[in-house]
Design a protein around this ligand. Sequence first.
Ligand code: KIV
Ligand code: ZN
Length: 517
Amino acid sequence: MSHTIDSNRVIIFDTTLRDGEQSPGASMNLEEKRRIAMVLEELGVDVIEAGFPIASNGDFDAVREIGRTVRGATVAGLARASKKDIDRAWEALSGAARPRIHTFISTSPLHMKYKLQMEPEAVHQAIADSVAHARNRCDDVEWSPEDGSRTEHDFLCRCVETAIKAGARTVNIPDTVGYAVPEEFAALIAMLMNRVPNIDKAIISVHCHNDLGLAVANSLAAVGAGARQVECTINGLGERAGNAALEEIVMALRTRHDNLPYSTGINTEIITKASRLVSTITGFVVQPNKAIVGANAFAHESGIHQDGMLKHAGTYEIMTPESVGLNRSTLVMGKHSGRHAFKEKLKELGFDLGDNAVEEAFRRFKDLADKKKDVFDEDIVALVDDEVGRSNDRIRFVSLQVIAGSRGPQKAELELQIDGAVHTTTAIGAGPVDATFNAIKQLFPHEVRLQLYQVHAVTAGTDAQAEVTVRLEENGKTVNGQGADTDTLVASCRAYIHALNKLLTKRQKTAPAALSA
Ligand code: KIV
Ligand code: ZN
């Protein structure tokens, strides 16, 4: 493959499902990863890094499933510089239409000495061996020197040259600890372009972390210096302060094409959908003033700005909300809408549900339409999100009656179906949410830690659905549950039960003996 030095096309490598999932609390199950991968494909990313197959069975399954499902994008699996890691990644990628093995090893003095406890010569040899081994398995191999931005230049040049000679088609330079600043990082890429003799045989990629808030700036500076792949994540999810945000990279390239004459294959109108899905699944709220996807990114509050906007949108808007898929909430259907129209709407919103799930979603839509005057697309999405993949749940919500208010004690009367049988209980608590969660614990005794309880309104208005996220932790493993309803307490109960069911599935996979409640 020849280097794209003359081309202005930047390859977008999304690592939401790998580096993004490494954010504490952001763990996702197989179905959730599959849904995100589907949206990434719709978004038009070139490469989806689906996981680190040797790290866990969950990661292995995700890479395998996504490899089998995704057809348009390349699917990458991460591997350390060992045959075992690489073979496991290759096994996971066996059904992929366009597989890529991404192998890495640390090259900075600090990492080699303390983390790897290896001499530079041994690291150099490991690069030659691991990349050659990966190339024996797969045509498309990417190599990364971890902590590349803090690697000594002569050594980095030697390592890059060796990786390319051994068959790496993409060489990715990570700023692993988010230490670089734009000019310096651009100079590093330019140095590699100038000094590595076989650099034209590979695409140079960058992978920037956001510890100093410079991940996007560093990535764009690197593109200016010759990098033609950018590794990034939706909403900037990722280790510690996260990775470069995909939406910011892509919209900067599009909006400032005059200054940054590069293009991507991204369908920018899917950005908002992807952002919302990742936020809902992980429970990581997007800060309101976050660029591109924050709730205020296109809001104009001050009178002067609103006046300017009315006269000419260009006065205060450098991109249109439509260009990132942010449309005014669309009124979908009312209580007279039929099954057929509902099914069509599900298709339009990107859901592909089995007959039973459609029936259940339709029943809930009718309930909602009875309670809520206007039903929007967002309502349907929240409602279906609350339904998808839950047919095998051991614990199912039946009904909830809560006494709340200032006099107390707050009391919850709860009915749940557990393993097919309906159980009822009454519990009190310090507030209605506490009473509801206590009632769940009475019906299904368990010891877990509630790490996060978060509510947000799906649409405007006091009749809006509440979408609740609950994060539970058990033995260091976390799961997120979601629930939606016009009653915040019902949504809370659904979210808690969702998380609990996920924890039970997780326990079942790791230790079948621990299944009793
Ligand atoms: O940050 C990093 O260095 C990484 C590598 C595995 C590419 O995530
Ligand atoms: Zn990283």
